[in-house]
Design a protein around this ligand. Structure first.
Ligand SMILES: CC(C)(COP(=O)(O)OP(=O)(O)OC[C@H]1O[C@@H](n2cnc3c(N)ncnc32)[C@H](O)[C@@H]1OP(=O)(O)O)[C@@H](O)C(=O)NCCC(=O)NCCS
Length: 192
């Protein structure tokens, strides 16, 4: 099965697919918002940066080894863009996949991040057969830490002042989830 056939992914309320040229203005607006950009490596300075980012993404195949795919998160009914979800597919099947997610402030607190992440994690452990997924966050990024905990990720490391980021040394928390832990959660939830 070609990798592209995994897209779009649907959940009860969302559709995950490729970012499009016409998303540039919205992508710029929320990715440059300090509430979203504060802990993120990529922060567009102008709408052209967002357009260039989308253009670069459109040249990438989905699920290429050692490649980042940034998916659009849209409301399933209206198609409205509400955020984006980054997947780093590792160089080999033995390595960990890394995930990162951003939601427009107006769409936070509705459970969309959990819903989108659950769908992607299910595919990564299911059809793709990966064993381990990680997330790396600044400990001050409480919403992201809460999201990873809610999805069953374990805190594996707290690196102290390990990254020089925008003029200061910052800490980095590493969270991880294994395929067997994900299956155990599913069993536990079914029998609750
Ligand atoms: C990280 C981020 C995506 C989390 O977004 P979020 O809206 O808090 O996460 P969710 O969509 O899962 O929403 C969970 C909240 O919605 C609430 N909620 C409302 N309706 C819900 C539903 N139907 N299902 C589940 N949760 C629901 C939950 O109660 C929960 O709130 P709580 O934690 O206070 O109990 C968001 O804070 C963000 O974009 N941050 C900036 C970008 C960033 O730093 N990303 C991380 C880089 S790796």
């Amino acid at each position: 099965m070609p990798a592209e056939s995994h897209l779009p992914m649907h959940t009860a309320r969302l559709r995950l697919d490729a970012l499009r040229e016409e998303d540039a203005q919205d992508l710029f607006a929320y990715r440059s918002d300090p509430r979203i950009a504060r802990y993120q490596g990529w922060r567009p300075d102008a709408v052209e940066d967002a357009a260039a980012f989308i253009a670069r993404q459109s040249t990438r195949r989905f699920a290429e080894p050692d490649g980042w795919n940034q998916l659009a998160i849209r409301l399933r009914e209206s198609g409205e863009l509400v955020g984006d979800l980054g997947i780093h597919f590792p160089p080999s099947q033995q390595d960990a996949v890394e995930l990162g997610i951003s939601l427009m402030p107006a769409h936070q607190g509705s459970g969309y991040a959990r819903e989108a992440m659950r769908a992607v994690i299910g595919h990564l452990f299911g059809e793709f057969g990966y064993r381990r997924i990680v997330g790396s966050v600044d400990p001050r990024n409480h919403a992201s830490v809460a999201l990873l905990h809610a999805l069953g990720f374990r805190k594996e490391a707290h690196h102290v002042e390990s990254l020089y980021f925008r003029g200061e040394w910052v800490d980095d928390l590493v969270f991880a989830l294994l395929a067997r832990e994900w299956s155990d959660q599913a069993v536990a939830n079914d029998t609750r």
